[in-house]
Design a binder for this molecule. Structure first.
Ligand code: 48F
Length: 260
């Protein structure tokens, strides 16, 4: 066999095995942002079978660019235990006790590595375009390659069956929008609909991101900015403690739901 054939065969075979093995999972996570990466790591570390579907080539969501492309972010002391779990370093901010700066590239890469090493599988360049909704129950995701989505190619998708779905799609809450507008699901919000993100109020947004991380319909959870958008929380900009704590809370709630 030629080396060219060895390489191509190995890639097709191992990818196919990985993909086949994750067409049915405990938890299907949409989006590879910081809250989702923490959730994926905690869930996988607790023994759940987890697949993450990320539209872009690189997971990490809004982490990489720091604040306005200055590639540093801020985390508060409530969340430094999560940074420690991933081996991410941070420095105190002079005159602001309990707040730390960290390199956003280190954070993004460590979150991804931590999730994958704990056993979560990340499928990048795959977009979630719909949910499975059968007999009143959310049963998984409908996926397609991002280039297919971007080019508007008329190609049918494939599906991933899961016990729980976690919407980690950030500001647009894409899965919750599908749930409301396509499946006509009444979410666990005051109106049953998506309340919409409010403008910036850092401390309120940080707290509400964690509070709003919950199950919004049986088997359907939201974390990070998606949760805040669903429940009408404020935005907070480049402080990330709330995102990390949201991911940890989402994993805890889902594990309870799975009986793990
Ligand atoms: O927005 P994002 O980083 O998620 P997050 O965990 O974190 C928010 C912060 O980055 C920042 C902030 C912090 O203060 O406000 O915004 O809530 O990442 C969301 C990821 O989901 C992917 C998207 O490409 C991004 O990487 N995504 C969104 N919709 C889909 C998707 C979809 N339909 N299918 C697959 N991936």
């Amino acid at each position: 066999m030629s080396i060219e054939n060895v390489i191509s065969s190995a890639i097709v075979r191992t990818f196919s095995e990985k993909f086949l093995n994750h067409l049915q999972v405990d938890v299907a996570i949409v989006g590879g942002g910081p809250s989702a990466m923490v959730a994926a790591r905690d869930l996988a570390a607790a023994g759940a079978k987890v697949a993450v579907f990320e539209r872009k080539l690189a997971p990490g969501g809004g982490t990489w660019g720091g604040g306005m492309l200055f590639n540093e972010v801020v985390v508060q002391s409530d969340a430094t235990n999560i940074l420690d779990d991933f081996g991410i370093r941070y420095l105190p901010i002079d005159g602001a006790e309990g707040y730390f700066t960290l390199d956003s590239v280190e954070m993004a890469s460590a979150l991804i590595y931590g999730a994958v090493h704990a056993g979560a599988k990340i499928f990048n360049a795959m977009s979630v375009e719909d949910i499975i909704f059968k007999e009143g129950k959310v049963g998984g995701l409908v996926i397609n390659w991002t280039p297919v989505e971007r080019l508007g190619m008329h190609v049918d998708p494939l599906t991933v069956v899961s016990k729980c779905v976690l919407d980690g799609t950030g500001h647009p809450s894409e899965i919750m929008n599908l749930a409301v507008n396509k499946a006509h699901i009444a979410l666990n919000t005051p109106t049953g609909k998506i309340l919409g993100e409010k403008p910036m109020w850092v401390d309120s947004g940080e707290a509400s991101t964690v509070e709003n991380t919950q199950e919004y319909f049986p088997g359907l959870f939201a974390c990070g900015m998606s949760a805040n958008n669903v429940m009408g929380g404020y935005r907070m900009g480049p402080i990330f403690g709330g995102m990390l704590m949201s991911g940890r809370k989402a994993a805890k709630l889902i594990l309870e739901n799975l009986g793990k």
